[in-house]
Design a protein around this ligand. Structure first.
Ligand code: B12
Length: 324
């Protein structure tokens, strides 16, 4: 018996993945060229890591020589917002309310590799498999589309049939040759004339269908940007202390009755992390790294560091409507 696409899919379900698709290692040319144009226009803002290792991002064999197949994995993290926002608090994007998604994926991927190892002891999973969760130089959405998981919408999100765009992605590169899935054929066809994400983005960050200017995206401003946020953008951030879901919330493909299925993975839920809201006074009162980690350790909120989180909290405080 040899390791097949069908077996990988069945093992991935056993390990708790919601989506799994297989594809070949060649990067889709169209996406490589879009990525290069995006860089050339400086749309990556200060994310220098997006401009480093460009060759690796476009050629997985530089990450794993002899790579023959890419296993794309997805986890549904959808959760409805609470009806009553907590006063004097900042809202956290859904993907970051529970345990750090890197850790959620890593635990499950390691379980998947152990399972493969148990069933196929002749495979050296340490040499023949290599995984990345977001941090790898890899065009995740392009490969997810190529592996048939969904299509890329005007908000640049990978939109799936099963869960809309509320999925996080990760990938396992392998030297094992597996039968690839069919790429999503109806590429970019599903948005039709809809412009909702473009119109509703408070900062106008979606500058053309599928193209995000990171320097305006609230997600970038509150998570990745290390310096001060321009005054004109600050007011548009509202009460978002970490990340932003607006371009997904307004997307008809994410209609709550159709594709926004609440996740069954408890690790994504508020009780496993900081929750939907962070109290602004509490965030502003953080003084030491120790206090910061008491609040954020094990969650994605460590990313902006203490200074970034306090900067965001101050922005949210300044945006609280003044009552006369
Ligand atoms: C850098 C980055 C960001 C940056 C830049 C975002 C961007 N759009 O490029 C910032 C910090 C702003 C960001 C924000 C968010 N991110 Co982010 N991010 C990444 C990262 C690390 C790289 C993305 C990248 O390569 N960008 C370069 C551009 C050129 O590529 P792209 O975004 O994939 O865009 C494709 C389309 O735009 C398309 N395209 C280009 N031109 C055109 C034209 C048309 C007509 C169409 C339809 C498409 C199209 O081609 C591009 C290449 O395939 C990936 C992880 C990874 N390693 O891939 C996560 C990732 C894309 N992010 C993710 C998430 C969840 C988010 C947020 C929702 C987080 C939040 N709630 O705050 C927001 C969403 C904002 C948005 N609409 O993109 C998920 C997306 C999952 C999904 N279902 O799509 C990823 C895959 C992480 C993960 N492991 O799951 N992110």
């Amino acid at each position: 018996m040899s390791l097949t696409t069908e077996l990988i899919k069945s093992y991935s379900k056993e390990c708790g993945f919601d989506l799994c698709g297989i594809t070949t290692p060649e990067a889709p040319e169209r996406d490589v060229s879009r990525y290069q144009k995006w860089l050339a226009k400086g749309l990556h803002a200060d994310m220098q890591y997006m401009a480093d290792k460009v060759d690796r991002r476009c050629d997985p064999s530089l990450n794993l020589p002899e790579v023959k197949s890419i296993i794309m994995l997805g986890l549904n993290y959808y959760q409805p917002n609470s009806n009553q926002p907590e006063p004097d608090s900042g809202q956290v994007a859904r993907y970051a309310r529970g345990r750090d998604y890197h850790k959620i994926f890593e635990t499950k991927i390691r379980a998947l590799l152990r399972l493969i190892n148990d069933k196929f002891p002749e495979l050296d999973t340490r040499k023949e498999f290599k995984y990345f969760v977001d941090y790898g130089p890899f065009l995740e959405r392009a490969y997810a589309e190529k592996a048939g998981l969904g299509y890329i919408g005007k908000n640049s999100m990978l939109i799936t049939e099963e869960y809309g765009s509320w999925v996080m992605l990760a990938e396992v590169l392998t030297t094992v040759e597996l039968k690839p899935d069919k790429p999503n054929q109806n590429r970019h066809g599903h948005c039709g004339n809809c412009q909702r994400c473009i119109i509703h983005c408070p900062t106008g960050a979606i500058i053309a269908p599928g193209v995000v200017d990171a320097s305006k995206c609230i997600s970038y401003l509150t998570i990745e940007k290390r310096s001060e946020i321009e005054p004109t953008l600050r007011a548009k951030i509202g009460n978002r202390i970490f990340g932003c879901d607006i371009c997904q919330e307004v997307c008809p493909h994410n209609h709550p009755l159709q594709r926004s299925t609440p996740t069954t993975n408890k690790e994504f839920l508020p009780e496993s992390g900081v929750g939907e809201f962070v109290n602004l006074k509490q965030a502003l009162a953080l003084e030491s790294q120790e206090q910061f980690l008491d609040l954020t350790a094990g969650t994605a909120l460590t990313r902006p560091k203490l200074e970034g989180l306090k900067r965001n909290a101050q922005t949210c405080v300044n945006n609280i409507p003044k009552s006369d």
